[in-house]
Design a protein around this ligand. Structure first.
Ligand code: SF4
Length: 199
């Protein structure tokens, strides 16, 4: 597949929506309309992503993504879009929540507008932390660390930070969003969190 096709596919998954904060959040994993194919299992992709994120943090200890920042979770262009295996592990994490918290999240999913910017129903809004961190979707794991050549797939804070590092002669080695999208496609057609949960 040529690089242009990769770009088109990647953009269908990770299209951007500027928020009032100057942030963008990936339109994660839009439909590709194909049947599931074989590909790396989810835990392999998780490990690959984690290794890249760790390497970036090690090279740039002041990287802006981390505990205490939930800005991108508050600027979604729509509810998270996830594949079936992503939903399977997310569903288990949701089932393990206390009843009251799960009911609160479900109400938010039901009330979510079709388009954002919106705050993810799975965000603990007081703590600013993901309620299902260990089971969060692939797009949430990559956000702020992966990019697609000249497309820019990260928030304004990350962009500024990366530009400063580049000016200092320490450029960021980003994760390869195109390659990841190609592997993630193998897990089948992504659907909205609401479609998995409520239908
Ligand atoms: S699933 Fe978790 S990490 Fe992903 S957008 Fe929602 S709150 Fe943020």
């Amino acid at each position: 597949m040529g690089i242009c096709a990769y770009r088109q596919r990647f953009r269908r998954r990770y299209g951007q929506l500027p928020s009032s904060q100057g942030l963008t959040k990936p339109r994660a994993f839009a439909s590709l309309g194909g049947m599931a194919r074989s590909g790396p299992p989810l835990h392999v992709l998780d490990a690959r992503i984690q290794a890249r994120c760790d390497a970036i943090r090690e090279a740039h200890p002041a990287w802006p993504c981390g505990p205490g920042c939930d800005a991108c979770c508050r600027a979604l262009p729509h509810l998270p879009r996830i594949s079936e295996p992503e939903w399977a592990r997310l569903r288990a994490a949701i089932a393990a929540m206390p009843d009251e918290a799960r009911a609160r999240v479900e109400a938010r999913v039901r009330e979510a507008p079709p388009t954002g910017p919106l705050t993810c129903p799975l965000l603990d809004r007081d703590a600013g932390a993901c309620l299902v961190y260990g089971a969060r979707p692939l797009a949430c794991r990559t956000y702020g660390f992966y990019t697609e050549r000249d497309a820019g797939l990260h928030c304004a804070k990350v962009t500024r930070f990366a530009e400063e590092r580049a000016a200092e002669g320490a450029p960021v080695v980003w994760g390869n969003g195109e390659a990841l999208a190609a592997d993630a496609d193998a897990h089948g057609e992504p659907r909205s969190l609401a479609d998995w949960w409520l239908v």
